[in-house]
Write a protein that binds this ligand. Structure first.
Ligand SMILES: C[S@@+](CC[C@H](N)C(=O)[O-])C[C@H]1O[C@@H](n2cnc3c(N)ncnc32)[C@H](O)[C@@H]1O
Length: 280
């Protein structure tokens, strides 16, 4: 039961950041999620706004991580839209948590979407969306998986995943909590069970940046959300790492590019990046 609470709280932590972002004027937001408030306590949102106004988030480095989370949200949303336009015929959202893009993005309703997460997190999501996104779209399939114990491929196939269809795998806010072996297992599944041209997008942190004192805020932020970040991949090794696992066309979108594209003067954590790659 303890593990179940932990899984929900990391999903809720990201939803909280989205809900706080929604309190900014629309023109100042890096991204927008009209459903984010459904997953969080409004008092927590207000409390976090006061903490932020007092400058505490900036001092602790939490603000840089929250800004990263919102730039990541926007960038991955843009990649989802691009892939849908370019002929993706299936989306798999790994560790979907309280992400609601599958219900909102133009074009997403036209393809099967598999939201993979712990069944306990999924039950909380259904409950929060009751009466708002109701009924849930018929193209969205909830695939209950415990990544530590279940076979992802078996569960996906049982839910209707088609190995012959070009697929986009969205893996947002998950890899940093895994072991290297856990990340390898999922990449191996994608490389072997999705056709060439299929894509994966995930965010990660450079291992040297993670080990540095500059990552104190990140460690604090993720511990406060329920689970500490433990896994980084060096910016110098990420491209060969993905190529060796059956991927090509690796694109790395770094923290400076994210800040320029989505955040203006808002600070962002150093060493974070978003990787996109195609099955070779
Ligand atoms: C930080 S949240 C990210 C959620 C979502 N991708 C987002 O960006 O809002 C990590 C997600 O991984 C899921 N997760 C963590 N450990 C898991 C496990 N062992 N089995 C299944 N899901 C797990 C949690 O339930 C949670 O939804």
């Amino acid at each position: 039961m303890k593990a179940d609470r932990k899984q929900i709280s990391t999903a809720r932590g990201v939803a909280l950041v989205r809900a706080i972002e929604m309190t900014r004027p629309e023109a100042d937001r890096a991204s927008s999620d009209p459903y984010a408030h459904r997953f969080v306590n409004p008092l927590t949102v207000q409390f976090m706004r006061v903490v932020s106004a007092l400058g505490i988030n900036r001092l602790t480095g939490i603000e840089e991580m929250m800004n990263f989370a919102m730039a990541r949200e926007r960038h991955i949303e843009a990649i989802m839209s691009r892939e849908l336009r370019d002929g993706t015929r299936q989306i798999v959202v790994l560790g979907a948590g309280f992400d609601t893009r599958s219900y909102r993005l133009p074009g997403a309703a036209a393809v099967p979407v598999f939201e993979v997460d712990h069944p306990v997190t999924q039950a909380a999501k259904r409950e929060a969306l009751r009466g708002v996104v109701d009924p849930l779209p018929a193209n969205v399939h909830f695939v209950g998986v415990d990544f530590d114990h279940d076979d992802l491929g078996e569960r996906l196939r049982a839910a209707g995943y088609d190995e012959g269809k070009r697929t986009l795998f969205v893996w947002q806010g998950v890899i940093v909590y895994l072991t290297r072996e856990g990340a390898d297992r999922t990449l191996a599944f994608i490389a072997r069970h999705a056709p060439p041209g299929s894509a994966v997008v995930f965010d990660a942190i450079d291992s040297a940046a993670l080990a540095s004192s500059g990552a104190t805020g990140l460690r604090f932020f993720t511990s406060a959300m329920g689970e500490k970040v433990t896994f980084g991949i060096g910016l110098d090794e990420i491209v060969p790492w993905l190529q060796a696992r059956g991927f090509r066309d690796v694109d790395i979108f770094g923290h400076a590019a994210m800040q320029r594209a989505y955040l203006g003067r808002r600070p962002i954590a150093a060493g974070v990046y978003i990787a996109t790659a195609r099955v070779a």
